[in-house]
Design a binder for this molecule. Structure first.
Ligand SMILES: [Zn+2]
Length: 448
């Protein structure tokens, strides 16, 4: 059935402070000229009247008031997000009469040595905030949003305004995900990379856990929708497919289709300096859908620390005009997991049943599942009495049976946690408290 699946993933990071200093250091980076940061100088540059700076279109874009205006406090953040999630959601219903859906990929800002943008730090605050927002919005309207995972890897110098590319150093993600299991009974099944950055090693790591990866920022060349100096030193998606949808990456190059198992979806910005969604790209999705046997994913992203309401209006205008041109192609708002299921034609199946047994001598943990998880093994973690959250690999005993041997006394362990996804994007989580042995389970994304 031809259909366009509209997915909107949000890199959900909370508040963000960027003062004039940061704007002028961007101007300095671009032009090589140091100017005293002030509103007056900014205005002169905008008007093309600053004696030292030649203002061109790309510089104007850099200091565009929308690009440098951020939500810097939680009161405004709440009010803007609530208006978006309730007032804006139903402004343009999809072809099935349903309201807009956002997939909130939440960030935990941990592991950095500096925080010049005054982000909310620590484990869970943004995750908890958006769970509260969703509950609040549900009192007003139907909400089908879900939370998923966004991650920024700290760079080698710990700078809070940069991203690292080597995940095998400073593996913060291990603690972040273990704490989600142990403290929140939650685990993601789809991923959004910080600053769109992947590398082959990151791709191998993701491959163990997550079936869905909304990462590819590839665009058709020569349309003026790319950064002119982009040589791939940061996010690099120059070789990835430019049609809409998702592909399985190759193990030698995450950007090209191959035999790995997870699916990487193409996703563009709602409105940025480059790599943005526009009429051409939206119509391309409808055109592609008219020829496809399965629905096509049209995915966009932006950030919660900017006012997302103009972006939402922009998206609805693009969708309205494309669906007028292609009246026979319905469009459907989906969260990121539902969209992948429909796009790939995955059959619904109940989530995996996780089980755990801790032996009487206390050293040995056995982990069992009732069928194969998406990756080679479930995520195993434990919490110590000193509140450390530790992820460790298991070793395989047999079919769907793995084991772990503690190298510390069991009396030092407060809880063990497990999580896994299946091929259809169902998520299973288990936590066992120690010494009581009490087990809790949670499941996500299952729709019959
Ligand atoms: Zn981010």
């Amino acid at each position: 059935m031809p259909e366009v699946l509209v997915v909107h993933c949000v890199d959900t990071e909370g508040i963000f402070n960027e003062g004039l200093d940061a704007t002028f250091s961007r101007i300095n980076e671009k032009t090589g000229i140091s100017v005293v940061p002030s509103e007056d100088n900014l205005e002169l540059i905008r008007l093309g009247k600053h004696p030292q700076i030649t203002t061109d279109a790309s510089l104007l874009d850099l200091i565009d008031s929308r690009q440098i205006s951020f939500i810097d406090n939680l009161d405004d953040h709440h009010d803007v997000l609530m208006d978006l999630m309730t007032g804006h959601r139903n402004k343009l219903l999809d072809s099935f009469g349903k309201g807009y859906v956002w997939t909130w990929h939440t960030l935990d800002f941990v592991g950095f040595k500096t925080n010049p943008r005054k982000r909310i730090e620590g484990h869970h605050p943004v995750f908890d905030l958006f769970n509260r927002y969703i509950e609040e919005a549900k009192k007003v309207t139907e909400v089908r949003d879900i939370l998923q995972w966004h991650y920024h890897h700290p760079p080698f110098d710990g700078s809070g305004i940069k991203s690292g590319v080597d995940w095998f150093q400073r593996g913060n993600y291990s603690e972040i995900l273990s704490r989600k299991i142990l403290d929140r009974m939650w685990f993601p099944c789809s991923f959004r990379p910080g600053e769109h950055i992947e590398r082959n090693a990151i791709s191998f790591w993701l491959e163990q856990w997550f079936p869905f990866d909304y990462a590819s920022r590839s665009i058709e060349k020569g349309r003026g929708n790319e950064q002119p100096d982009d040589d791939g030193r940061r996010h690099d998606w120059r070789r990835a497919p430019t049609e809409w949808g998702a592909y399985r990456p190759d193990y030698r190059d995450y950007q090209v289709p191959g035999d790995m198992k997870r699916h990487v979806a193409r996703i563009l910005d709602t409105k940025a300096r480059a790599y943005s969604i526009d009429e051409f790209e939206v119509e391309k999705a409808f055109e592609q859908a008219s020829k496809a046997s399965l629905p096509v994913i049209l995915a966009v992203m932006n950030h919660d620390y900017r006012d997302m309401r103009p972006d939402h209006t922009h998206m609805t205008e693009l969708l309205r005009s494309a669906s007028e041109k292609y009246p026979e192609i319905p469009f459907r708002y989906c969260h990121g997991v539902e969209a992948m299921r429909r796009h790939l034609g995955l059959e619904s199946m109940p989530p995996i049943h996780l089980d755990v047994n801790v032996s009487e001598n206390g050293r040995q943990v056995d982990v069992m599942t009732d069928r194969n998880p998406f990756g080679p093994e479930p995520w195993f973690c434990f919490e110590t009495n000193r509140s450390e959250a530790v992820h460790e690999p298991l070793y395989r005993i047999g079919e769907n049976h793995w084991r772990y041997q503690f190298q510390i006394p069991l009396a030092d362990v407060k809880a063990v946690g497990l999580a896994c996804n299946d091929d259809a994007g169902n998520t299973s989580v288990l936590k066992m408290e120690l010494p009581s042995g009490k087990i809790r389970r949670a499941e996500y994304n299952y729709e019959q």
